[in-house]
Design a protein around this ligand. Structure first.
Ligand code: AMP
Ligand code: GLY
Length: 425
């Protein structure tokens, strides 16, 4: 079986790593992939992942049987539709279904229509009306650009002044370009966040083990928002009772709602949740696997990922038994100095073999190969992952792996999994 993975980050490396273990023994291709993925997949350069027809041509040329899409951009562009039109199976939602991530206004309206718990909100295009709503609701309040803004289009405004400034910046197009043509203004939800990813074929939905991301750059959840500085799984806030509630109150209803809207959703659905006093509420939906959630969730998957993904695509997930390990895993992201702002690149990375020998998985995110040496090439450079009997041992092992690796300017959070560790005290 020939499988093509689209994407080049830590998430895609983790996907390829798990796919490679399948009993189907797939021949893996990655476009564009990264030097870590190159150890298990043939990486193809020079094809844009935003160009559907180029991707379809590539899939035909390599006789691809199954395409696995990592990032949101190709999904929003309808790459799954394009592959299917060419007779090639692809894992991920079609364009109409990917709108659940592509437009916050769409997903908020869907949740309102179908009674799925989320923060109260209104959508505005007019700055005057948006400001009036902010005055009426008061602070803290959350202001979001409607479209894709690489995870950065959200401002949690502590004061009315900050909220007014955020509205002006988004609607003027200065902050996020056309992603800010519409602004979503939301009630501030208090609670602990968790990520619940799920496999779905559009009818059946199976939650994966829960996880928790660390979005702020620095220890103690301080500093600017990032793509994610580390994760662990499972998240203790997601007790079995809470997973059941989230499945019954959120996952199942949203899949039924998407089908009813004529946008059947198949693939991985990512529910970003706030666990409030009233129960789980949706912060956001993503149409893809989380990054770096995937790096901790997939090491805990016992079942064959190829079988599960094919079942999602073929509509045969119902009745399938998906097995998870009872262990815990922790991912520490090693980033370039300066990230999430501008950072220099091209620094040699040492100790990768040592970290692997110590038993950690090292998923590449922003790396490149230069004259036979792996160098830094992105903000988030590596995800160092360890799996152990409990989260404390997993964190200890992950940090041992991190300490084996070095590159100029490297920085990472030293408190990944702190919420779970505090609970163990
Ligand atoms: P999003 O891109 O929608 O996931 O938002 C980014 C981050 O902003 C989330 O991970 C939360 O920490 C925070 N956030 C978003 N919406 C809310 C809300 N309604 N209440 C509290 N925090 C929020
Ligand atoms: N870790 C956050 C995301 O993938 O959106």
């Amino acid at each position: 079986m020939n499988i093509l993975v689209i994407g080049s980050g830590g998430r895609e490396h983790a996907l390829a790593w798990k796919l490679a273990q399948s009993k189907h023994e797939p021949k893996l291709y990655a476009v564009p992939g990264n030097p870590g993925m190159a150890e298990i997949a043939e990486c193809i350069a020079g094809v844009s992942i935003a160009d559907n027809s180029a991707l379809v041509s590539l899939a035909k040329e390599k006789a691809i049987d199954f395409v696995v899409v990592g990032p949101e951009v190709p999904l929003m562009n309808g790459v799954v539709d394009a592959m299917e039109a060419a007779g090639i199976k692809a894992f991920g939602p079609k364009k109409a279904a990917a709108e659940i991530e592509g437009s916050k206004a769409f997903s908020k309206n869907l949740m309102k229509k179908y009674g799925i718990p989320t923060a109260k909100y209104e959508v505005f295009t007019d700055a005057e009306e948006a400001r009036a709503y902010v005055e009426k609701e008061g602070a803290p309040i959350v202001i979001k650009a409607d479209g894709l803004a690489a995870g950065k289009g959200v401002i949690v405004a502590e004061t009315l002044g900050d909220a007014r400034d955020a509205v002006d910046e988004i609607l003027s197009g200065k902050a996020f370009g056309t992603a800010g043509n519409r602004v979503v203004i939301e009630e501030f939800m208090m609670g602990e966040e968790a990520s619940l990813l799920a496999f779905t074929d559009g009818k059946t939905i199976c939650p994966m083990v829960s996880s928790q991301d660390h979005k702020r750059a620095f220890d103690g959840d301080k500093g600017p928002n990032t793509g994610g500085m580390g994760t662990y799984a499972p998240a203790p806030v997601m007790t079995s009772d809470m997973v059941e509630r989230a499945t019954d109150e959120i996952l199942k209803p949203v899949i039924a709602a998407m089908a009813k809207e004529g946008r059947p959703y198949a693939g991985c659905l990512y529910a970003g949740l706030m666990i409030t006093e009233e129960g789980p509420k949706v912060v956001e939906f993503n149409a893809r696997f989380g990054d770096p959630e995937t790096q901790v969730v997939l090491p805990l998957l016992v079942s064959d990922l190829v079988d599960i993904m094919l079942a999602c695509t073929d509509g045969t997930l119902g009745g399938m038994k998906i097995e998870w390990s009872a262990a815990s895993s922790v991912c520490v992201v090693m980033a370039s100095g300066g990230y999430p702002k501008a950072y220099p690149k091209g620094f040699p990375i040492d100790g990768l073999t040592k970290a692997k020998a110590a038993g950690t998985l090292v998923f590449h995110a922003g790396t490149a190969e230069k004259d036979g040496q792996i160098v830094t090439a992105g903000g988030r450079v590596l995800g160092v992952v360890a799996k152990a009997a409990n989260v404390k041992e997993a964190a200890f092992a992950a940090y041992k792996g991190v300490s084996a690796i070095s590159f100029e300017g490297a920085f990472y959070r030293r408190d990944i999994a702190h919420r779970a560790l505090e609970r163990m005290k």
